[in-house]
Ligand binder design. Sequence first.
Ligand code: KMT
Ligand code: NI
Length: 179
Amino acid sequence: MVQAWYMDESTDDPRMPHRVQPDRPVGLEQLRTLGVLYWKLDADKYENDPELEKIRKDRNYSWMDIITICKDALPNYEEKIKMFFEEHLHLDEEIRYILEGSGYFDVRDKEDKWIRISMEKGDMITLPAGIYHRFTLDEKNYVKAMRLFVGEPVWTPYNRPADHFDARVQYVRFLEGRA
Ligand code: KMT
Ligand code: NI
């Protein structure tokens, strides 16, 4: 099962696990209360997978591409790595399906604490519009992921603070249980 945990407060190398001591694991149910959705798929058959097709159809994930994040494959690597790790939100869902390698998606919980989600091959995740989050590679420094989108993609990150956006207002309402 996908692993997630509360992070420690240390600011050194983000690619380390940063598990808080004592351990505070986070389950899928808690992620669900933050609006984070998760699926486990067989990444070896991503090119022809009825399960993936069903999710895409049910959630209107019409658009997709594949991104490889490693020093030699990604143009402007350092700059992008830095952007991915700035705390930000989007006005749409962020949907990622890990095909090879691994990485960490960090999301804020209801008390504004960081939860780290360890994403590996076969893990697919949807971060809701308006959630503050960030991404980093882990110590293996390599990930290949499918990016999906509802309609034409808009990748714009709005770095925190971005509380005035309607997507954020709606998300906070959802957290408060009055969406
Ligand atoms: C993003 O938007 O954070 C990215 O595309 C990088 C993560 S993809 C595994
Ligand atoms: Ni993002």
